[in-house]
Write a protein that binds this ligand. Structure first.
Ligand SMILES: CC(=O)N[C@H](C=O)[C@@H](O)[C@H](O)[C@H](O)COP(=O)(O)O
Length: 491
């Protein structure tokens, strides 16, 4: 911005907008602006001196040069600080050249002394700039104080809004100089940025109603600042269908109304364009394309998001859990296998991460991996061995030395190791976070690590245990809801 072309462009724009005069810094820019407009110019130079804190037009020679370049008014620092040339000499030099002298003041006392020395007008320009922290607001008190000395008070300094300009007039200002709010685009942008950051922080402090609808259970939580502060859990009644599931949640959390600003749903299956679809109808059967987000908004009266539950958990682990802030893949190994991918700080949605549906070739047939690794498969294998046991019981049997149980777990771990290695080759994540009842069962991750087949250590995945437990999905969903609302520009 600090170029003659830019300064003249700003000057012409200000005149076009109704400004009746211009305050221009430097002899070069006064000369440049004078060539494009007849409007009155208040000229200043700014100098950083080693011997004095006075910066604005500190010397007689500066004032003279400004007038020669085309300024009709010269503004100068009129504070009572150690200085190069004294105020009376500067004013006399300005008057000798037929121009007017504007005294930039920090106090009523400065104004009184400058007027006594012959200044034609006084400005509140230097209030807040002679020591201590710079305030945010204009110094209306100084404007009113100066007005008691002279009608020719120019309000200047931190006037950023039309309302502040009007207030300065009410306090008795004769005219007003607006600087940064017109010419310092970078400052103006930062004011908006700060206001938005404060708004985002307020939103982030508001709780989110996060719900997790799974094939077995439904969980509803109030999540605030990444923590679950209220929780209810109940069995998912498959006969009710999605309208019924939402109504059941609404009934359970009716006394939380007013304490959340958004709803975030972590659901089995996928959500495309707001519509919920089952990936595996055996887990939870849904009508084709159920309008989940609309229904959530309608029921809870706030904005809503809905994302696959394993992807929500991936996001939760990425933001606040075991994979904090890393490129990572999350795998939940339980009844089935779910997953999510976070790369470059972004959660991949849609079907990305549904590693359970990857095809494997085991026992001479192509099958989804989850049918060859996870809880269903373990249970079926145990039955084949003559034991009708679920996964936790199979792990217990292995711990007490049953070879058939150890064998099933070892095969599952070997297959998962292959899946993890393939994920590593495809995505090169910093870590793969493993969750789920089987994934977190004692010793399982170590067995998966032990089954890696890549000779090169650098190609082997880094496996870590999930850190947020059963709340990963709701915490991730709540955080996604906040992240989404913060990225809607002007929304
Ligand atoms: C203290 C000092 O050096 N003030 C300078 C005086 O010319 C300028 O940097 C200010 O931009 C001008 O006073 C207008 O004020 P604001 O940019 O706040 O509207």
């Amino acid at each position: 911005m600090d170029r003659a072309g830019m300064v003249t462009a700003f000057a012409l724009a200000a005149i076009a907008g109704g400004a009746s005069a211009l305050r221009i810094e430097s002899v070069e820019y006064v000369r440049a602006v004078r060539q494009v407009t007849d409007a009155p110019i208040i000229g200043i130079v700014k100098k950083d001196l080693e011997t004095s804190p006075v910066r604005i037009t500190p010397g007689v020679a500066d004032a003279v040069a400004l007038i020669d370049a085309g300024a009709q008014i010269v503004a100068f620092d009129a504070t009572s600080r150690p200085r190069l040339d004294n105020v009376a000499d500067i004013i006399a030099a300005i008057h000798a050249k037929g121009a007017l002298a504007m005294a930039d003041c920090a106090s009523v006392e400065d104004g009184r002394a400058a007027l006594a020395a012959g200044a034609d007008c006084v400005g509140s320009t230097l209030s807040g700039y002679t020591g201590g922290p710079v305030p945010d607001a204009p110094d209306f008190e100084l404007i009113a104080g100066l007005r008691k000395l002279t009608p020719y008070v120019i309000a200047e300094g931190r006037i950023r809004t039309p309302e502040q300009a009007a207030e300065a007039l009410r306090q008795g200002a004769f005219s007003i100089v607006v600087g940064s709010a017109i010419t310092r685009t970078e400052h103006v942008t930062s004011w908006f940025r700060q206001a938005m950051d404060a708004g985002f922080a307020r939103r982030a402090n508001q709780a989110v109603l996060a719900i997790d609808v799974g094939g077995t259970k439904t969980m509803a939580c109030l999540v605030k600042e990444g923590k679950v502060i209220e929780e209810v859990q109940f069995a998912t009644d498959h006969n009710l269908g999605p309208d019924g599931w939402i109504d059941a949640i609404a009934a359970k959390v009716s006394n939380w109304r007013g304490s959340y600003g958004r709803v975030a749903a972590a659901v089995t299956g996928i959500v495309v364009d707001g519509n919920w679809q089952a990936l595996n109808p055996a887990t939870l059967n849904l009508p084709q394309g159920y309008p989940l987000i609309d229904r959530l908004r309608g029921t809870f009266g706030v904005n809503a998001i809905a994302v696959n539950d394993a992807q929500c958990a991936a996001w939760g682990e990425h933001r606040l859990g075991a994979g904090a802030q890393k490129d990572m893949v999350f795998l939940t190994v339980s009844t089935g296998i779910g997953g999510g991918i976070v790369i470059n700080g972004r959660l991949l949605q849609g079907t990305a991460g549904h590693f359970g549906l990857f095809q494997g070739y085991f026992e001479c047939s192509h099958r989804p991996l989850e049918d060859s690794i996870s809880g269903h498969w373990m249970n079926a294998e145990a039955c084949k061995a003559g034991y009708e046991l679920d996964a936790p019981a199979i792990f217990a049997a292995a711990r007490s030395g049953a070879p058939w149980a150890s064998h099933i777990i070892a095969i599952s771990a070997r297959r998962l190791a292959i899946l993890c290695q393939n994920i590593q080759l495809a995505l090169d994540p910093k870590c793969i976070v493993i969750g789920g009842g089987i994934g977190l069962a004692e010793g399982y991750i170590d067995q998966v690590r032990g089954a890696f087949t890549f000779p090169k250590i650098s190609l082997r995945p880094t496996l870590v245990s999930a850190g947020l437990g059963r709340h990963a999905g709701v915490i991730g969903a709540a955080d996604l809801a906040i992240a989404q609302s913060n990225s809607i520009i002007g929304g």
